[in-house]
Design a protein around this ligand. Structure first.
Ligand code: GLC
Length: 430
């Protein structure tokens, strides 16, 4: 405990960002805090190492609990635990699309964190994590879909730049795949997330929006998904399945696509930033051979770049027996110090703007600076307008997209049926 105070004071004297933290330091030690962190990529390891540091500094204990990878399955599990009033988990890593669904179950972070600290986060993130005046969590990191490409293979096949349209991507992937297959029968042009889950909602929203086909439901609440551009977008992706993408891509989540990509078996991949440092890890066969850029545009003047906006936050269970100590751990995990480490080692986009100017961060993950606009202009899923009905809207959308990808149905009739289903879900109003 004493060392913690000393470290914080030293940091504040050195002009660090810890001054605000001091006011929220819990006087308690010897408490065990249970933390439900994500599991994709390096999440659990990074979560544990930072939490352990806090435990050593404060004299408390931390248990990082095992978790399910899939976003929607995690939501269902958390809803089950929280609606039963369970105090088993003190801190939940939640998605930035959930505050509206879970707000009642978490403490108001404003009661535990000084305003000066809250002001250090992106105001837009704080705004979207505030429900009826309650700050449901502290934002941890942002996410946006990116196109990963093999620089060495582009060069080998005579391409100077990565594709800017989906049609270029298809052509390039086809050519590279045909060439590489001669030596490697497991090689594929393009891998992405095609399983029936929240991740497919993200990928398919990118295809649709990049074709000028809207955002499923618009900001005013109108159901817009049944349109020819959206249908063209889904048909495009369906054609990839079994040609430039493995048939199994319709069962892939993030980690399955990264598995193929990182083994050196794909020319392109759609994924979140976390795959960047992992691909450049010391034992990675593709270390230094790839880069990231914006996802391609759809055709014609309606075509535009689109990256689905994602991200995660940390929230304290209101049934926790140690909410104050748990809030202190949340403050630590979202601090500049920990976020800098996570940006360097894990590629996680900080929720604090100041870190984007940090030289160490920009050296390790240069795309964080270069693609800053991708993150700030990313496409938002229609969560605000559909509110508590969003999980049903998303599920209907990913099931539709998956049935087009697997060839069970054509896009046009599938989108007509989806429109009808969404109308039923909407009822009189969202
Ligand atoms: C990532 C994103 C999240 C998204 C999920 C889908 O975790 O941050 O927003 O819902 O992937 O799989």
């Amino acid at each position: 405990m004493k060392t913690y105070w000393k470290a914080l004071l030293a940091a504040s004297l050195l002009g660090g960002t810890a001054v605000a933290v001091i006011t929220s330091v819990s006087a308690q030690s010897g408490v065990t805090i249970r933390l439900a962190c994500g599991t994709v990529g390096s999440q659990q390891a990074l979560c544990k190492s930072a939490a352990d540091k806090w435990a050593a500094k404060t004299g408390n204990k931390v248990e990082v609990l095992p978790n399910v990878a899939s976003s929607n399955e995690r939501l269902a599990l958390f809803q089950q635990q929280l609606s039963a009033g369970s105090s088993d988990v003190d801190i939940y890593q939640i998605e930035n699309i959930w505050p509206g669904l879970l707000a009642d179950y978490f403490v108001d972070m404003k009661d535990y964190v000084p305003e000066s600290t809250i002001k250090e986060f992106f105001p837009s993130m704080i705004e979207s994590d505030t429900v009826d005046g309650k700050l449901v969590d502290l934002p941890w990191y942002g996410d946006a879909g990116l196109l990963y490409y093999r620089k060495d293979l582009l060069e080998k096949y005579g391409y100077k730049t990565p594709p800017t349209t989906w049609s270029q991507l298809t052509t390039m992937a086809t050519k590279i795949q045909a060439g590489e297959r001669k030596a490697n029968p497991n090689f594929w042009g393009y891998v992405w997330q095609g399983a029936a889950y929240e991740g497919l909602t993200c990928d398919a929203l990118e295809w649709v929006f990049s074709h000028g086909g809207g955002t499923i439901v618009d900001k005013a609440g109108n159901i817009t998904i049944n349109n020819p551009r959206a249908a063209a977008a889904l048909e495009m992706a369906a054609k990839w399945v079994g040609t430039i993408s493995p048939k199994g891509v319709t069962t892939y989540a993030e980690e399955e696509s990264r598995g193929v990509w990182q083994a050196g078996n794909a020319a392109f991949m759609r994924n979140w930033p976390y795959a960047f440092p992992l691909g450049n890890g010391d034992t990675s066969p593709i270390k230094g051979k790839f880069d990231v850029t914006v996802l391609p545009k759809g055709p014609g003047s309606a075509g535009r770049n689109a990256a689905t906006f994602g991200g995660h936050s940390l929230a304290v269970n209101r049934f926790s027996k140690n909410a104050k100590v748990a809030a202190d751990l949340v403050v630590y995990l979202t601090s500049a110090e920990v976020q800098k480490e996570r940006a360097i080692v894990g590629g996680y986009n900080p929720s604090r703007p100041a870190i984007y100017k940090d030289a160490d961060v920009l050296k390790a993950s240069p795309f964080l600076g270069r693609l800053f606009g991708v993150f700030t202009n990313a496409v938002v899923r229609p969560t605000t307008v559909t509110a508590t009905k969003y999980p049903r809207v998303s599920e209907a959308f990913w099931n539709t997209a998956n049935s087009v990808l697997t060839g069970k149905t054509k896009a046009a009739p599938a989108l007509k049926a989806l429109e009808e289903e969404l109308t039923r879900i909407k009822g009189a109003k969202w």
